[in-house]
Ligand binder design. Structure first.
Ligand code: MRU
Length: 348
């Protein structure tokens, strides 16, 4: 199944529970928008485009079972749902984009009460379908950047699970593989939630793409010794000048790649670009609970002393000068990004 699916009969959103993979494959069922808030906050669903689409279905869930109510009640309910969904995770701008798009549909004053829920469900489904098409277009553009025989370092999970289907950076790698190019992926394990070791490796097993998991701090070794030819990652929010916020560790990886003349590519749909923000320092960075960093065990025993403290920023910002090119569904964008990124986004 896709990362998220809508059940038209039961009016439910079904999510692959990504907390449990790869050990268990279970479905988390959302019957209310509050279920979607929990799913996004607890990372049952994660990855910028996937949470954008999930939030859109969350908006539909907020009004698809109205007991009673006037149009005013529904609009108040939608505004509350929008606020709660927006607060669930702050960095990925796709979330705000999905919610805003749904609010726009509901704002049409000509709609009757019964119309609104149908329209919102239809719009959320459209967002989900568009995501898959967009990813495939990005994959075609990005795959042209990969040479036969490349070893690629990949950070976090940017595959089908991070989107509705297919993926961003991992979708590019998958397309190159399906086009017959021999690729080898060095999968950053991606501390602390291990999206690389758990989710990217699980996907690569299914696509039969050769890979090896590496500790995040091993990337420098592979880059400096010429054992990796490219770095690919996704993005959660991209500022107007091309600074990229992505999973924490992306910045260090880009620094090490840049120092060793290895090209770095960030792959994202244009819905991940926030032209309201001039540069990356303005991007809000989520800081998650310290337990994610501290709860490590070796041989069944905790490794950190009782009372240990930690910091847990979930994302960091890679400044644009460390990036070789940006891959979107509209094509590959090269520097100067401050000029070429807004131009590409705004052109119709
Ligand atoms: O915390 P996560 O797992 O939601 O972070 C995901 C990432 O950082 C991805 O790289 C990003 O969303 C882009 S890939 C679609």
């Amino acid at each position: 199944m896709r990362t998220l699916e809508w059940d038209d009969e039961k009016l439910e959103l079904l999510l692959i529970d990504q907390r449990l993979l790869p050990d268990q494959f279970e479905i988390f069922v959302c019957r209310t928008y509050q279920d979607v808030v929990v799913a996004i906050r607890d990372m049952i669903v994660r990855g910028a485009p996937a949470i954008g689409a999930a939030a859109a279905f969350g908006m539909a869930l907020a009004v698809c079972r109205p007991e009673t109510g006037t149009s005013d009640d529904l609009h108040a309910l939608l505004r509350r749902a929008a606020g709660d969904l927006l607060a669930s995770r702050p960095t990925a701008v796709n979330l705000a984009w999905g919610v805003q798009r749904m609010l726009k549909v509901a704002d049409d004053a000509a709609l009757t009460l019964s119309d609104i829920s149908q329209r919102l469900i239809a719009e959320a489904k459209r967002i989900a379908e568009e995501d898959v098409e967009t990813n495939k277009r990005m994959a075609v553009h990005g795959a042209a950047l990969i040479q036969d025989g490349d070893t690629i370092i990949h950070h976090c999970n940017t595959g089908s699970l991070a989107t509705v289907d297919w993926g961003t950076a991992l979708g590019v790698i998958r397309m190159a593989h399906e086009n017959g190019k021999r690729v080898h992926v060095l999968v950053d394990e991606t501390r602390p939630r291990l999206q690389g070791a758990r989710l990217t490796a699980w996907e690569l097993e299914q696509y039969r793409i050769p890979y090896e998991i590496i500790c995040d701090n091993a990337a420098g070794y592979f880059l400096r010794t010429g054992r990796a030819q490219k770095v690919f990652f996704g993005a959660d929010r991209v500022a107007a000048n091309g600074d990229v916020a992505n999973k924490v560790g992306s910045y260090m990886l880009a620094l090490a790649a840049h120092a060793n003349d290895v090209p770095v590519f960030s792959v994202f749909p244009t819905t991940t670009v926030d032209l309201n923000l001039e540069h990356g320092d303005l991007i809000p960075i989520e800081e998650r609970d310290c337990s994610e960093v501290l709860n490590i065990q070796i041989d069944g025993k905790p490794v950190t002393p009782k009372g240990a403290k930690a910091r847990n920023p979930a994302f960091d910002v890679t400044p644009n000068h460390l990036l070789t090119a940006l891959v979107t569904e509209k094509g590959v964008i090269y520097p100067p990004f401050w000029q070429n990124l807004p131009r590409t986004i705004l052109e119709t």
